[in-house]
Design a binder for this molecule. Structure first.
Ligand code: MRU
Length: 340
């Protein structure tokens, strides 16, 4: 599997996902600000991976704390927390991981800097470790839904690169392959950031899983022709009723899947479920730089001043989702009851 992120010495290293598949290089972060910038610039991306990175960011921030106790310590911790919280708004896992780190800080804040630092680093490592275990459980449950010989369509990258190392949507595919099922994957290129073309194709190819790259607009045609047996995607945030935010384009895919009677599965850990949201209406959608749309691979493809919209995510209403696969099992509608 892929070494997406790892703690080394007194720093965290991440594979630079902006450079893949051309270059396999690593970025080293030794301050929480560098981690925050790495998340913002998409060195690391994918909801669970963002959460892990932020947790290590808090651990790095704690190493530089100087105030021993009291209000100034709380203030310094809050500064670290808020900087990391501001990086990307949609992925629930970011806030879930930060909340876990804060709970550890609150438990240890009276025990001195050494104890605080040790406990925070241990918690970040636990978040990373648990992610692998969780993804494998998602894979085990999810693979029961896939049959030998199937073609699976996926969008964006919900693989090892988006998690600690195994993947959610791609974890389901990996688990099916491990069970001896011969599956083939159609990967949407995923404009504008091309996570499908650059990351999913690279990742599956490395594992020897047959993968076919298509542009996003081809998906409907292949669904209509009966070339796709199931769609499996990841998620950035799931509301209590099952409405799911994921990479822009997921909603169109879900509508087309339903129209063509193809099952549409969402694979995500429970940490992606936002218990504070009754439905998807309140999910914050990140709007990214217009240049991501104006350019492809650094080359301008329109007028440099063309007006652009660039929402990074959309929300798929629960009605279009056949099942949500989590580490606890396969949840079918009505999702509210199952997710609870
Ligand atoms: O903008 P990104 O690349 O962070 O978006 C990633 C996705 O939309 C993934 O599908 C989602 O985070 C699930 S990753 C297991």
């Amino acid at each position: 599997m892929l070494p997406t992120i790892a703690w080394r010495g007194r720093s965290v290293i991440m594979i630079d996902q902006r450079k893949l598949p051309g270059q396999e290089t690593y970025v080293r972060c030794s301050t929480y600000i560098q981690v925050a910038q790495a998340i913002e610039k998409m060195v690391i991306r994918g909801a669970p991976a963002i959460g892990i990175a932020a947790a290590y960011g808090v651990a790095l921030g704690a190493m530089a704390l100087t105030a021993g106790t009291g209000r100034s310590l709380d203030r310094d911790f809050e500064k670290i927390y808020q900087r990391l919280e501001r990086t990307r708004p949609t992925a629930r896992n970011l806030f879930w991981a930060l909340e876990r780190m804060k709970a550890v800080y609150e438990r240890t804040r009276q025990q001195g800097l050494r104890a605080i630092r040790t406990a925070l680093l241990e918690e970040a490592k636990a978040i990373e470790r648990e992610d692998s275990v969780t993804n494998r459980a998602i894979g085990r449950h999810g693979q029961t839904l896939l049959r030998d010989g199937w073609t699976i369509l996926t969008h964006c990258n919900a693989g090892g690169l988006a998690t600690a190392e195994y993947g959610t949507a791609l974890g389901v595919i990996r688990a099916a392959v491990a069970e001896g099922k011969r599956v083939r994957v159609f990967a949407d290129e995923t404009r504008p950031f091309l996570q499908g073309a650059r990351l999913t194709v690279w990742e599956l190819d490395k594992d020897g899983v047959p993968v076919v790259l298509i542009t996003d607009s081809m998906a409907g045609w292949f669904l209509r022709r009966g070339d796709v047996d199931a769609v499996v995607v990841g998620a950035d945030r799931i509301a209590r009723n099952g409405d799911t935010a994921n990479k822009i384009g997921t909603y169109s895919l879900a509508v087309l899947a339903k129209e063509n009677s193809v099952p549409f599965y969402v694979a995500a850990p429970m940490s992606t479920v936002d218990p504070t949201l009754a439905d998807g209406g309140g999910i914050p959608i990140e709007e990214r730089s217009p240049d991501e749309v104006r350019e492809v691979g650094g080359h301008l493809v329109t007028l440099p001043y063309a007006e652009v919209r660039n929402p990074a995510f959309d929300v798929t209403p629960a009605a279009y989702i056949t099942a949500i696969i989590t580490e606890r099992g396969v949840c079918r509608p009505p999702f509210e009851k199952g997710l609870k």
